[in-house]
Design a protein around this ligand. Structure first.
Ligand code: OSB
Ligand code: MG
Length: 373
């Protein structure tokens, strides 16, 4: 397989409803897709972060520079840009996991298309559909929250995640438990909004039998998360703090978490995500697949990952209409609380050309000939 060309397409898709977290409010998904062209097939991927570095340190304009100036030259220097060779070639560049994931995934898509192999087969997926959870943002009032949760449960979602922050934590959890009962699979995500001094307050959540509390403390502070876990019965789950399989091994060894949110983008791509699944599963630590409000391009391969045997908790892999009135791919539709695992070669989906064109705000050639897009 020979790399001929890499194109970057900026896209902006309005969200059906603003999504508020402890780090900010998103009203649209503004990011870029990568399209790689090889002599054998083309491949697609989506950069998972946002224009501003509020969830993580990476951001759209920075990733574009990193990919163009540091990652693609290393990949282009390979005799063949196979999935096995790409991550090692990029390893000298520190960090930038989300940018690396975009490069690796587009090339993986091209390679698997050339083989005629679906990503689910490549990863070792064992299910043909995965249960869908939904992440519910911070609201202005409890009645508004209850209405939203009710709507999602009516649609069939099998697990609810509430975004929390100081001032919006125990009361919303109590309200949802009181209205929907103790059997509802329920979890919370703080996106680093608390400190260890909040441990006595966070302990109040133990009364509500939550599946987990996600990333309560500062990113990368495994020690603090381990100290918090000792004081909670609710399992601590890490998201932002896990960038590599090595981080996962350390966190598990320190009892800094009892569950891991695996976002392939956050850990540099699907090969590292698979390693984290393997390490966690060997230790009896459940994993689940998180999300970044991706379009169908990012969502399709996430569904394949979520079908691995160690993904025993429902993911934030929601249906397309939870995010967008119109997606740039065929939409993923909830059936009986589940989404289907894609079965066509590669990541299992392609952009719809006309729709993509409507949502594309600009394009660039990052590598290869300057043929008009
Ligand atoms: O922390 O899991 C998170 C969305 C954007 C950035 C970070 C997070 C989220 C979500 C929603 O919780 C996940 C999704 O539905 O895609
Ligand atoms: Mg999270």
């Amino acid at each position: 397989m020979r790399l001929e060309r890499v194109e970057l397409l900026h896209v902006a898709l309005p969200l059906v409803t603003p999504f508020r977290t402890s780090f900010g409010t998103m009203t649209s998904k503004d990011t870029f897709l990568l399209r790689v062209v090889t002599d054998e097939a083309e491949g697609w991927s989506e950069f998972a972060a946002d224009p501003e570095p509020l969830y993580c340190s990476e951001f759209v304009a920075g990733a574009e520079t990193v990919i163009r100036d540091f990652l693609l030259p290393r990949v282009a220097a390979l005799p063949e840009p196979t999935t096995a060779a790409v991550a090692p070639a990029m390893a000298a560049v520190k960090g930038h996991e989300l940018a690396k994931a975009a490069v690796e995934t587009a090339l993986l898509d091209a390679e698997l298309r050339a083989y005629g192999m679906p990503i689910a087969t490549f990863l070792g997926s064992v299910r043909d559909r995965v249960p869908a959870g939904v992440s519910v943002g911070i609201k202005n009032s409890l009645p508004e929250l209850i209405d939203d949760v009710e709507k999602y449960l009516d649609e069939g979602y099998v697990r609810i995640k509430l975004k929390i922050e100081p001032g919006w934590d125990v009361e919303p959890v109590r309200a949802v438990r009181e209205r929907f009962g103790d059997a509802l699979p329920l979890q919370v995500d703080a996106n680093t909004a608390y400190t260890l001094a909040d441990a006595p307050h966070l302990r109040k959540l133990d009364a509500f039998d939550l599946l987990l509390i996600e990333e309560p403390l500062a990113e990368n502070n495994l020690h603090a998360h381990a100290r918090l876990q000792r004081r909670l019965t609710t399992p601590v789950c890490l998201d932002e703090s896990i960038h590599t399989a090595s981080d996962a091994a350390s966190a598990i060894a320190m009892d800094a978490c009892r569950v891991i949110n695996v976002k392939p983008a956050r850990v540099g791509g699907y090969t590292e995500a698979r390693r984290i699944h393997d390490i966690a599963t060997a230790h009896g630590v459940p994993v689940w697949c998180g999300g970044m409000l991706e379009t169908g391009i990012g969502r399709a391969p996430n569904l394949a990952l979520a079908a691995l045997p160690g993904f025993t908790l429902p993911g934030d892999t929601s249906a397309s209409k939870r995010y967008f009135a119109e997606d740039i791919t065929e939409p993923f539709v909830l059936v009986d609380g589940h989404l289907p695992v894609p079965t066509t070669p590669g990541i299992g989906i392609s952009p719809l050309p006309d729709t993509l064109a409507r949502f594309t705000t600009s394009t660039r050639v990052l590598y290869g000939g300057a043929r008009k897009l």
